[in-house]
Design a protein around this ligand. Structure first.
Ligand code: ASP
Ligand code: MG
Length: 401
């Protein structure tokens, strides 16, 4: 008998029909002789709807009350799924995040799990019940409800799988696995059989929205192999593990991220300490800087260009304006009409010419590159947003046949 954790995303439990579909998957898994812990998200767009409801009341809600509100979505799902399971003859019990033993730090709306006490889950499993746990939520030291950040149910599932040493952790979603590119936009995108944690982490942070970033970090840390698969189509999905089969593929995916803005500070003095002043000020506001480019100094000044998440661009601009006299630049420019397009693949570590193939594809598509950054398993370029889809298609066909 194995212990299997199954996580179902919001679209998989969106309505009555989908809930019964999930109940059948869970019941089949249990009837095959397994213990099953199920983690669910809020139904459909519930979380977005709740955020909208809060905005109808105030534009500056307390983060504590936001978590109180957002956690209700998952609580609906667990109750309905437990009822559905019972009604088809599979004994089940629902548990909120805190009943399931999730403790977190105090960071409302983006809390991190600090501890998972699995006693209750284990005692319910011992009573032969399927345990249905609300994802995305926990309790902090003040006994206040917290949520784990958008998409946090994946992290809840991985945490349970790690704590219980589950034999399998299945992440059911509305796509059939992890693809080489967004299959909605790239016709010949291929489903991967396997991908490594590191590759998945890069793809997840680049905007491939199959798995939440932090869940992959946690899976890597505790060696929890993940299986991403569809709740609607019962075919094998993608396995996410430490070392993935390369399947002869140099790169595993092409991703596009629109949440990017380029900021330039013009004519900063060419002296020590300028980067520290700029990026120190941004770090204080917890703004993540990604690609940094510095021009060669000329006449004792240089330009500093870098990218930040577009959602942070206004804040970054305000911080820099405030500090401009201290930094010493003449002007600040922001460009939000850009996108980051990246290729990811562990295979590029041992092959040369990957970057030049990417640049060639962009050249042939007549796309101008504005910034470039590379890591061991990733190459990213910043280009005009209007050209991004074309760029992804060109790069994808250059690498994936
Ligand atoms: N319901 C939450 C969200 O939409 C958590 C999740 O779906 O994992 O972000
Ligand atoms: Mg959701």
């Amino acid at each position: 008998m194995a212990l299997i954790v199954q996580k179902f995303g919001g679209s998989s439990v969106a309505d009555r029909e989908r809930i019964f579909n999930v109940a059948r998957i869970v019941a089949n898994t249990r009837n095959a002789g397994n213990d099953v812990v199920v983690v669910v998200s809020a139904q459909g767009d519930t979380t977005d709807d709740l955020i909208e409801k809060a905005a109808e009341i105030t534009h500056d809600p307390s983060q504590r009350e936001m978590d109180m509100l957002l956690s209700t979505g998952e609580q609906i799902s667990i109750a309905l799924l437990a009822m559905a399971l019972d009604s088809i003859g599979t004994p089940a019990i629902s548990l909120t995040g805190w009943q399931a033993g999730f403790r977190t730090n105090r960071a409302y709306t983006k809390a991190r799990i600090t501890k998972l006490d699995t006693e209750r889950i284990e005692s319910e499993l011992a009573r032969n019940r399927v345990v249905v746990v609300a994802g995305f939520q926990g309790l902090n030291r003040m006994d206040d409800i917290t949520t784990l950040g958008r998409g946090g149910s994946d992290t809840s599932a991985v945490a349970i799988a790690a704590a219980l040493h589950a034999d399998r952790c299945q992440i059911y979603t509305d796509v059939e696995g992890v693809y080489t590119a967004d299959p909605r936009h790239i016709k010949n995108a291929r489903k991967l059989q396997e991908i490594s944690f590191d590759e998945m982490l890069e793809l997840a942070s680049l905007g491939a929205q199959v798995l939440n970033n932090r869940s992959v970090e946690l899976a890597k840390k505790y060696g929890v192999e993940l299986e991403v698969l569809s709740s609607l189509n019962p075919i094998p999905g993608t396995i996410v593990k430490e070392v993935a089969d390369v399947e002869g593929m140099l790169i595993k995916g092409v991703a596009k991220d629109d949440n990017v803005a380029v900021i330039s500070i013009l004519e900063v003095p060419d002296v020590p300490g300028i980067s520290f002043k700029v990026f120190g000020a941004l770090a204080q506001k917890k703004i993540n800087v990604d690609i940094i480019l510095q021009s060669v100094g000329r006449d004792d000044s240089k330009d500093l260009t870098f990218t930040v998440p577009r959602s942070d661009a206004e804040l970054a601009l305000a911080v820099l304006r405030e500090n401009l006299s201290r930094i010493g630049g003449t002007d600040i420019k922001v460009d939000t009409g850009v996108a980051k397009v990246s290729i990811v693949g562990a295979g590029m570590q041992s092959h040369s010419g990957v970057a030049s193939s990417m640049f060639e594809a962009l050249y042939e598509a007549n796309v101008n590159i504005r910034m470039i950054s590379t890591s061991e398993i990733k190459i990213s370029v910043i280009i005009d947003q209007a050209e991004a889809d074309r760029a992804v298609a060109a790069i994808h066909s250059a690498f994936i046949h």
